[in-house]
Design a protein. Structure first.
Length: 395
């Protein structure tokens, strides 16, 4: 039977850590080793760990260097075939390890097994459990497409073959946040992922500070920090987003598949506020010879492009480029008007909230894109596939 190594990086969370370890010890499929890497805690973590008796438990202390450094160092001590990284403040469900390991045991081509989660917080009246945060409709498209558009898969619900980590390289130690997301993108663009919608862990919501010692920030600031870091991550990952990978996400006539691939990659860039990269791809999409009018599948990609959680923020130069795109060709007009259609939800939200400045800002963007209420075609000549061929990962 394949061996499972659990890695728990920790920093000043001794009370939460004890609960996290207990959840791992209670797994229905026992793990083979539990590696706790203490990244310079000063809250008595070592004393708390000393109270735990378990021959599988390894405890290592190091000077504070951040989560990535902790994971990279812990990985050198892991001997398992499967790596399961768990946060020090979250709780694995009893059957999580068995479920994830079974996916890898029975599917040799799968590199990453993943599942869903629930959020919780401790209150005066007990534990309050709610659903996950962002969770995509996995019945449409590939897990990879959804991962590139937004993070929804977290480490506690992710088990990875050790060989996959070895191939993609170590965690980046120069990032303050989005460390997990950056690694997940590298893994997902190289190896198939198999997902389940079963709940595999409880994600704790609390008000404690986040990040490494040199970059601590309040929980209330996490969205802004993540948005900024995601831009850094995806800008540096542009070489990991070859067009061939996106072409494999669609079926249909070659010109339409090529255009859908460019639109999809542009969608990824816009959702991470990299509009220069995105407009380059949108422009290339208008020059595909032999493609039909934009159909519902492609229009929906454009809608998603302006529906990311971080919002849409265009500079005057971006709006000028989009206006030129709209005026350049019929294809450009169809693409930009589909972007405009996607903005309507955000505009309605701003109007409902009586947010005058946001309403005016979105109206200016809408003016430069135009608006198309629905695609011309009732059916599309291009379709989105649900899984990628193994050859798609060879690039």
């Amino acid at each position: 039977m394949s061996r499972i190594s659990v890695i728990i990086p920790t920093y000043n969370r001794k009370d939460y850590l004890s609960e996290a370890i207990a959840a791992i010890q209670a797994q229905t499929r026992p793990v083979d080793e539990i590696i706790v890497w203490d990244d310079g805690s000063s809250d008595g973590t070592s004393e708390a760990i000393a109270q735990i008796t378990d021959p599988r438990l390894q405890y290592h202390q190091a000077q504070n260097a951040g989560k990535s450094a902790a994971l990279n160092q812990a990985m050198q001590h892991a001997t398992g075939d499967y790596i399961w990284i768990c946060d020090d403040d979250d709780l694995a469900e009893p059957g999580a390890g068995a479920h994830l390991a079974m996916v890898l045991d029975t599917n040799p081509d799968v590199g990453v097994a993943g599942g869903c989660y629930q959020r919780f917080s401790d209150t005066d009246t007990g534990r309050d459990i709610i659903g996950p945060g962002y969770w995509p409709d996995l019945s449409q498209g590939t897990p990879l497409r959804h991962i590139l558009e937004d993070i929804y898969l977290f480490q506690n619900a992710t088990m990875v073959r050790r060989t996959c980590y070895d191939q993609v390289g170590p965690f980046r130690e120069d990032l303050a946040r989005s460390i997990d997301y950056e690694m997940l993108v590298r893994l997902a663009t190289r190896y198939p992922i198999q997902m389940t919608q079963d709940h595999l862990f409880l994600q704790r919501k609390h008000d404690g500070d986040r990040g490494p010692a040199k970059f601590r920030h309040a929980a209330s600031a996490v969205e802004n920090v993540w948005a900024a870091q995601d831009r850094v991550v995806f800008n540096s990952l542009s070489d990991h987003l070859p067009l061939s990978l996106f072409e494999a996400m669609f079926s249909g006539p070659a010109p339409n598949v090529a255009r859908a691939a460019l639109l999809q990659r542009a969608c990824i860039y816009t959702r991470h506020d990299l509009w220069n990269h995105a407009i380059d791809d949108l422009t290339a999409a208008t020059k595909i010879a032999g493609a039909d009018d934009l159909g519902p599948v492609e229009a929906d990609i454009c809608r998603r492009a302006v529906s990311g959680k971080h919002g849409v923020y265009l500079t005057p130069d971006h709006m000028h480029r989009i206006t030129q795109l709209k005026r350049g060709s019929e294809a450009g007009q169809q693409i930009t008007r589909s972007l405009g259609r996607g903005l309507l939800w955000s505009l309605r939200k701003a109007i409902t909230n009586r947010d005058g400045p946001e309403t005016l800002r979105l109206l200016r963007i809408l003016r430069c894109t135009g608006l198309q209420m629905k695609p011309k075609q009732s059916t599309s000549s291009v379709a989105e596939v649900s899984s990628l061929a193994l050859s798609a990962y060879d690039w």
